[in-house]
Design a protein. Structure first.
Length: 176
């Protein structure tokens, strides 16, 4: 397992049982300049999770009403964030229903840091091709960014959005 994968896996394990701090933990991750990401003071560092078919999924919550950009984020009522990045449009239970040979899901992102968003994902519970992501141009350097992710198989998926040294990771279960 590479340094980056091992660090993400270790952070995911921290939350088993009750809660996870995987996305806001203070850790050094290879490929991210050795810096850590600290959430804004108003953002809780506890990630609500639940186990679905053996998968520790991230449970989304509404973006706090104190965030002035809340209405600009697609899916802000079922979102997850760390103060630098937010993702909206998650499945309310952490479970996406797999409907086709390759199932796609629309995600909205809010970028408080400037730069180009990249999205990666991998299946945690079995071998699979990585997910594909579409991050279209035309949304500027910060603020709202539309995206789509495409899962090649059902299962437990870890998805990470990255801009420079800022990243946000969440886990979802894609149900067949």
């Amino acid at each position: 397992m590479g340094t980056h994968s091992a660090a993400r896996f270790a952070l995911l394990i921290v939350g088993i049982g009750a809660v996870s701090s995987a996305c806001t933990a203070d850790s050094t991750v290879a490929g991210h300049g050795g810096s850590s990401i600290t959430p804004a003071p108003s953002i809780s560092t506890v990630t609500p999770t639940q186990v679905v078919s053996g998968c520790q999924v991230t449970v989304p919550t509404p973006v706090p009403s104190s965030e002035p950009w809340r209405s600009s984020l697609f899916g802000s009522s079922v979102a997850y964030g760390n103060g630098q990045l937010w993702v909206g449009g998650l499945a309310s239970s952490g479970v996406i229903q797999f409907e086709a040979a390759e199932s796609g899901w629309k995600l909205g992102w809010w970028r408080s840091v400037p730069g180009r968003l990249s999205i990666t994902g991998r299946r945690l519970d079995d071998a699979a091709s990585p997910l594909r992501a579409s991050v279209p141009d035309g949304y500027g350097d910060s603020g709202f960014q539309a995206s789509g992710v495409y899962f090649p198989t059902p299962g437990c998926w870890e998805i990470t959005g990255t801009i420079g040294t800022a990243s946000l990771t969440f886990v979802t279960f894609v149900n067949a």
